[in-house]
Design a binder for this molecule. Sequence first.
Ligand code: GLP
Length: 244
Amino acid sequence: HVFRDAKDASVYVAQQIAHTIRERAEAGRPCVLGLATGSTPTTIYDELVRMHREEGLSFAGVVTFNLDEYFPMQPEELQSYVRFMNEHLFDHIDIDRANVNIPDGTLAPEDVLAHCLEYEEKIAGLGGIDIQVLGIGRTGHIGFNEPGSSRESRTRMITLDKVTRNDAASDFFGEEYVPRRAITMGVGTILESRQVYLLAFGEGKSRVVARTVEGDVSNSVPATFLQLHKNAKAIFDEAAAAQL
Ligand code: GLP
């Protein structure tokens, strides 16, 4: 779907999310959302906050799983995804904090494997993710699944690509301060979501968008694995879609 601009695209996705939240609430079932960070989804979060305030959209029955977190990372640090999600969404809605899940960047490295298995088990225990929101990195990563990530990969610690660390440099006031590792849901984890929305806005994403949609499915651009998903929708603005 190519929208006139990022705002229209984000409102569309927010409406789909709100619809599913209400549907699950009526059925008395939790709604499980997979959430992303970065600049791309922020307008979706703004719109969900607006719907909460103005239309009474309740997140009381919503459980969230974020895709990724830098490692190591303390929650109060400027660049932490815990802080990002609080500021953009969770501080402004009625979600139960016990229902918020974000990979833990504070663990000792030897405890990460068990944490990742637990993350997977928690998702599975809830019956899987209903809607997964994704951005895309210039390397073709989804979450932090950098080139080389397999279709079957699960939640794990990964090493960040040089391009990704370069893109994050301004957030960290210098590339040398960008963590070398991160914890991310796997490609396999993401592909098990019932519905996926891949979003990309702006000319800077147009090249990787064209490779993702029209290129061969390959672990050199992990986002291409979304071509294998039955319910993955690509949501772009005109600039991001320019090379299609
Ligand atoms: C980070 C996140 C990804 C996100 C990507 C794109 O790498 N871990 O989940 O998709 O950034 O960021 P932006 O939306 O700011 O372009």
